[in-house]
Write a protein that binds this ligand. Structure first.
Ligand code: GAP
Length: 458
């Protein structure tokens, strides 16, 4: 954590996100709904790619993991047993003058940050959203929207064990919406009221939990680095004992240098056997594990890496953002890891002439069932490159009149701005290899280095 200067102001990310269709304020035409955000055409692609990259690392590539998807609405007893009804509370203070409400923990002084008015003494406010199941809105039918996805894994522990017969250690992973009626939201999508989480509960034999905790901190840190976040923008922050959540023996946050400063990106907690034991006690259902090697029954301990999709999307956007010299101007470029880029390649015919368009459209159609690609024939080629750089498209495929003769196209690399010319028959194979990390200058059969136009950076 050496570099204390955030790399990009939040306004630039917010402006690019809105201008280029990543993220819009929720219900914007009615003035917006505080703490709610909508994802636009490029935002949804980025979000899906982040979720896919997490799923691939956490579930698909592992033998010790399974996925699950549980309901947002859960029985009220779940939250009583887990401790959320009593403890998912924040201290709320209100200004006696302007009536703005604040989370007491976030305040530096003792007066209202907005008008310096006197504040009420704190009262505890439960951040879980309430709603009703069925047509009668009485307390018997009141339920909460889940504030975390984790409890879905605990209440299904036995269902999973019985149906898939996994041996410890193993994990259950889930992605899905969570809701918290945060007293204060802000910093764009960093803290919102409706957000998505990616959580994994890793069940281990008690006594092995400390080692598994360290393992998961390292795994999760590596995941961010492997997907393009610079190591110097990531930190680790240990929760002091007195600030641990009620269920946790230990908790380490992976922090990121957001535009508003260092803040939690992901939390890794050792939840011990707290949740399984609580649900077992409250439901009367035994939630333990039979170890057929040692012939003993015990309640597993749980290591939980929990991250927000939206919050990691913000970190990926901030870390990808760059302004770089390009000839006499400056280009804005999002250096997304190719696996996360919303669009993998753009097909750009140099002219709208019919024969060229027909050829370029065929190239586009051949690619689109394999990769998320875009066809763009508006404005100059320079402007089109800029537009694609700004949304982080790793490759532009240019189709020119010579392509009609020699059946070759030019691939331009977003980061180096180098270009190679290859036979169109090799295009899909070449793009796929490059997206998987192969060096741009490993040319396919019949390929050639076409033009190297990058101006040396300062
Ligand atoms: N099951 C444990 C749990 O939910 P948490 O630290 O409260 O732990 C985990 O949440 C992650 O979810 C956070 O690190 C953050 O990335 C994300 N998150 C939590 N509250 C959020 C909010 N109001 N808006 C956006 N993301 C949030």
């Amino acid at each position: 954590m050496t570099d204390q200067t955030p790399t990009v102001p939040m306004e630039k990310i917010v402006s690019l996100a809105q201008r280029r269709g990543f993220i819009f304020p929720g219900s914007e035409i009615y003035g917006g709904l505080s703490g709610c955000w909508d994802y636009g055409p490029l935002g949804i692609e980025l979000k899906r790619n982040i979720k896919q990259a997490w799923w691939q690392a956490m579930v698909q590539n592992r033998d010790d993991m399974v996925g699950i998807e549980t309901s947002i609405l859960m029985a009220r007893q779940v939250w009583e047993a887990s401790g959320h009804t009593e403890r998912m509370v924040d201290p709320l203070v209100e200004c006696k003058n302007c009536h703005l409400r604040w989370k007491a923990d976030d305040l530096q002084g003792t007066r209202c940050p907005s008008c310096s008015g006197e504040l009420t003494s704190p009262r505890m406010f439960n951040v879980m959203f309430k709603t009703f199941v069925g047509p009668v809105e009485d307390s018997a039918n009141m339920v909460y929207l889940r504030p975390e996805t984790a409890q879905g894994m605990f209440v299904n522990f036995d269902n999973v064990i019985q149906s898939i017969r996994k041996k410890l250690p193993f994990g259950i992973a889930q992605q899905g919406k969570s809701f918290r009626n945060e007293i204060t939201t802000g910093n764009f999508i960093f803290r919102s009221r409706e957000f998505e989480q990616m959580e994994m509960e890793y069940f281990v034999k008690p006594g092995t939990d400390d080692d598994w905790f360290n393992y998961w901190v390292q795994e999760r840190l590596n995941w961010f680095i492997n997907h393009g976040i610079k190591r110097e923008h990531l930190g680790l922050s240990e929760h002091p004992k007195e600030k641990l959540a009620h269920y946790a023996k230990r908790c380490v946050d992976i922090t990121y240098l957001f535009p508003h400063g260092w803040a939690e990106l992901e939390g890794i907690a050792n939840r011990t056997d707290y949740d399984l034991k609580q649900h077992s006690k409250a439901s009367g259902k035994t939630l333990d594990y039979y170890d057929d090697e040692t012939k003993e029954h015990y309640t597993p301990y749980v290591i939980e890496p929990a991250v927000g999709v939206d919050r990691s999307l913000l970190a990926f956007m901030c870390d990808a953002y760059a302004e770089e010299p390009d000839k006499d101007e400056t280009r804005v470029v999002m250096h997304f890891h190719p696996a996360l880029s919303p669009i993998k390649a753009a097909i750009l015919p140099l002219s709208k002439k019919e024969n060229l368009s027909a050829f370029a459209r065929d190239v586009y159609k051949d690619l689109r069932s394999h990769l998320m690609v875009q066809y763009d024939d508006t404005q100059s080629i320079g402007r089109r490159y800029r537009r694609q750089d700004e949304v982080g498209t790793p490759y532009c495929v240019t189709v020119d009149f010579q392509s009609l003769e020699d059946k070759r196209v030019t691939i331009r690399d977003r980061d180096s701005m180098n270009q190679i010319r290859i036979p169109v028959a090799e295009l899909l194979k070449t793009l796929t290899a490059k997206l998987e990390g192969e060096d741009l200058f490993v040319l396919p059969p019949g390929g050639e280095i076409w033009k190297v136009e990058r101006e040396k950076k300062g």
